[in-house]
Design a protein around this ligand. Structure first.
Ligand code: NAP
Length: 264
């Protein structure tokens, strides 16, 4: 699918980080963007700053009926929908034994069910137009989960399973799917938990969201199955798929013992 002036694109989690960078990249190409997140002031300021006219759609993606209403409103106002990006997400990094269930439930509701609700609401519009594209922002943690991020990794793996099957289910419909596997990206994702990040996490090595956004747009236009950024995420996925034990050793060497304490 080509992104051009007139493309109607809805991005969840558009108020910050990767979603914001995607909204900016889309607007720069002339797309009309539906901006979804909970923070109304941030969305309004972004809509004001972007070139062109865009829709501010305050919404909690963990609320299925609110997502449905936001997607339907955008499609009605824009006269259709071409591209949807299920990106909204959050983290609570904590060892399983210390993690309150409420944190697991929140990540499940926003990261995993929020993706399902977004796609469920968008799919009829895309299929009705017989063309379009879905982007799911998963994570390297969806390929190989890390100590301290078990529940988060599980929500990201759920997205991976869903989007992989969906891409095949949509064969011949004119609608396609790209799954995105970012590594560490410089955003606000961990701002609330900087003091308790695991030893393996590398904040100083985080990559820019703008580069990732450019890669996602290229992938949409090339109907690519996946985006890995940085490229090392792809290597980790391949190695872990072939031999989790080898991936343990690779992670141990690259990120220290906290990344893979057991080498048995
Ligand atoms: N940064 C990384 O290193 C990294 C790596 C791998 C994957 N990812 C994934 O990338 C995606 C975007 O994260 P980010 O790094 O850009 O973090 P971010 O800067 O914290 O942005 C997260 C976005 O999600 C929105 N959001 C959170 N809860 C929401 C809810 N209940 N309903 C609607 N919107 C909600 C936030 O907006 P409001 O707070 O205004 O609602 C914000 O716009 C996430 O799915 C994350 O798992 C990030």
């Amino acid at each position: 699918m080509q992104i051009s002036p007139g493309t109607r694109a809805l991005v969840t989690g558009a108020s910050s980080g990767i979603g914001r960078a995607l909204a900016e990249a889309l607007a720069a190409r002339g797309a009309q963007v539906g901006l979804v997140a909970r923070s109304l002031p941030e969305l309004e300021a972004l809509a004001e700053a972007l070139p062109g006219r865009h829709a501010v759609l305050p919404c909690d993606v963990g609320d299925a009926s609110a997502v449905q209403a936001a997607v339907d409103r955008f499609a009605a106002e824009a006269g259709g929908l071409d591209l949807v990006v299920a990106n909204a997400g959050l983290t609570h990094y904590r060892p399983v034994a210390e993690q309150p269930l409420g944190e697991v439930e929140q990540m499940t509701r926003v990261n995993w069910l929020g993706t399902v609700y977004t796609i469920h609401a968008a799919l009829p519009h895309l299929l009705g137009g017989r063309r379009g594209h879905i982007v799911v922002v998963s994570s390297g943690a969806g390929l190989r989960s890390f100590p301290g991020a078990a529940a988060y990794g599980a929500t990201k793996a759920a997205q991976r399973g869903y989007s992989t099957a969906l891409r095949h289910e949509l064969a011949g419909t004119g609608v396609s799917v790209t799954t995105v596997y970012p590594g560490e990206i410089a955003t606000a994702l961990h701002d609330h938990e900087r003091e308790r990040m695991p030893g393996w996490y590398r904040a100083d090595d985080a990559k820019p969201a703008t580069t990732l956004a450019a890669k996602v747009l290229t992938a949409v236009e090339g109907d690519r199955r996946e985006v890995y950024y940085p490229a090392l995420v792809r290597l980790l996925g391949v190695v872990n798929g072939v031999s989790p034990r080898l991936a343990d050793r690779m992670l141990h060497r690259m990120r220290g013992a906290s990344a893979a304490p057991r080498l048995d």
